[in-house]
Write a protein of this length. Structure first.
Length: 212
């Protein structure tokens, strides 16, 4: 289970928002400032899920906008982290797509936590944000692909070849990542069904017979 660095403070009823660290800390701090100035969510209570690294933890510890900071050790216990976050029933998610090729598991988490896609707020590297929809998502992915191809202009041929090879490799691995996504989703559904059945059975136990 992810370890919490802050005590849970009681609030009035409002949106419980999970911020997934899927980029460097500086982008998240900028987004928090933008969220402070705007009114995107209703009386939000922010929980941050971030890497357990000293420089990262230090950036967010005691931040006035964060209700909780949950830390994790990157690739360790991914399944337990996913179950824990899903059980908290967040009302919305903040995800960062800043061109960083890392954090891919955390980015997948955003679509596995049971939050409607329309409640996933996506920030880019310019602090522009939008709630997930397919047209803007495809546009963002297209921009990322063009940026990677254009970054080969004026550089050595070997490096350009590496970029092309890397893109092809990622495309080839995409079906396997998608399969992993489906397997995790199926496991979550199965766990939910078993839990519901157990609750149903316990709810309908007959009282003990007291005699005539």
């Amino acid at each position: 289970m992810a370890r919490s660095l802050t005590k849970k403070i009681p609030h009035e009823k409002g949106d419980r928002i999970l911020i997934l660290q899927s980029t460097e800390s500086v982008f998240i701090l900028k987004a928090l400032q933008q969220l402070k100035e705007g009114s995107i969510f209703c009386n939000p209570r922010y929980t941050l899920f971030c890497r357990n690294r000293p420089e990262v933890v230090e950036s967010f510890q005691n931040h006035p906008m964060l209700d909780q900071v949950l830390i994790h050790s990157e690739t360790r216990r991914s399944w337990q982290h996913l179950k824990n976050l899903r059980s908290r029933g967040f009302d919305g998610i903040i995800l960062f797509m800043t061109g960083d090729s890392g954090y891919w598991k955390v980015k997948l988490f955003a679509f596995l936590l049971g939050v409607p896609r329309g409640r996933i707020l996506i920030f880019n590297e310019n602090s522009d944000c939008f709630f997930f929809n397919w047209s803007q998502w495809i546009e963002l992915v297209s921009i990322r692909m063009r940026e990677r191809l254009l970054s080969g202009t004026g550089i050595k041929h070997t490096h350009y070849t590496y970029i092309i090879a890397s893109s092809i490799t990622k495309m080839a691995l995409f079906p396997f990542r998608f399969l992993w996504l489906l397997l995790v989703w199926a496991k979550l559904r199965l766990s939910g069904i078993k839990s519901s059945r157990k609750h149903y059975d316990n709810s309908f136990q007959l009282p003990p017979f007291s005699g005539a």
